[in-house]
Design a protein around this ligand. Structure first.
Ligand code: SF4
Length: 258
């Protein structure tokens, strides 16, 4: 069975690798790191090396067994383009994705330069979206690398958004996600940083998805109804902007791009 996901912009997760290593400021409070250490303490075999990058080879073909089509987030607990992934394993995973075209895959990486470097070894399947995480101006060069990769659907996750990153070059991008950091050590987010990205998306007609504010203290509206646990879109820090839930998806979701 697919791992059902609580992440608002996907339906299922598939983790054919686990563990990672930190590459930029956005990694500071990595959720996957805390999770890996918890699983290690519980004695889960896949996590015997804690947060060290590890292959989960028994999962490499899992999506072939999932009958219903799904939106699948690849590696919610790792980075598929980590330097330590063996090329033959990466090719095997791309074959799995290509052979299960009923699913739509969402790969999100902080290492698009590796995706680009290894690109000549595999064909980029049309059902595989590629996204980069960008948390700061310093990491916005990932957008330029993303544009060089022939994924049919390209997206960006500005989460955790750590500063004002506008103006941005959003050309050739199909979807933008924005969110604040959550958890005990969460760093703050400002509404202005969010709405400046939102405005640029509007101008350029790019679907915009606001995930959440991260913490109640960061939410500009203390009466946001999604702060309430009983709300259907409850998020710990709330998720409305000016009382609106804004959760758009790329055109590919509606079968118009491929
Ligand atoms: S790239 Fe992602 S999974 Fe890896 S350390 Fe950074 S935040 Fe964690």
């Amino acid at each position: 069975m697919a791992g059902k996901s609580k992440i608002e912009w996907t339906e299922a997760t598939w983790n054919p690798t686990t563990g990672c290593s930190k590459v930029s400021a956005g990694c500071k409070n990595c959720y996957a790191e805390n999770w890996a250490h918890m699983q290690q303490k519980r004695g889960i075999t896949q996590y015997e090396k804690g947060f060290q990058f590890s292959l989960a080879t028994s999962r490499s073909k899992d999506p072939l067994r999932w009958k219903e089509s799904k939106l699948v987030f690849v590696n919610s607990m790792s980075d598929l383009f980590h330097e330590q992934i063996p090329l033959n394993y990466l090719i095997e995973l791309f074959e799995t994705m290509e052979q299960s075209a009923r699913h739509t895959y969402q790969i999100l990486t902080k290492r698009p330069e590796n995706a680009l470097k290894w690109l000549k070894h595999y064909n980029w399947p049309v059902n595989v979206w590629l996204g980069v995480s960008v948390e700061s101006k310093k990491t916005s060069h990932r957008l330029d690398t993303l544009r060089k990769i022939p994924a049919k659907t390209r997206f960006v996750s500005f989460e955790p958004l750590l500063e004002d990153v506008v103006p941005l070059d959003l050309s050739e991008l199909d979807w933008i996600i924005v969110g604040g950091e959550s958890g005990g050590q969460a760093r703050h987010i400002e509404k202005r940083w969010v709405t400046r990205i939102q405005d640029q998306c509007k101008e350029q007609n790019i679907p915009f998805f606001f995930k959440q504010w991260g913490k109640r203290a960061f939410n500009p509206n203390n009466n946001d109804p999604t702060l309430n646990k009983s709300h259907e879109h409850h998020a710990r820090g709330g998720c409305l902007i000016d009382n609106k839930l804004i959760r758009e998806f790329p055109k590919a979701m509606y079968g118009t791009s491929y």
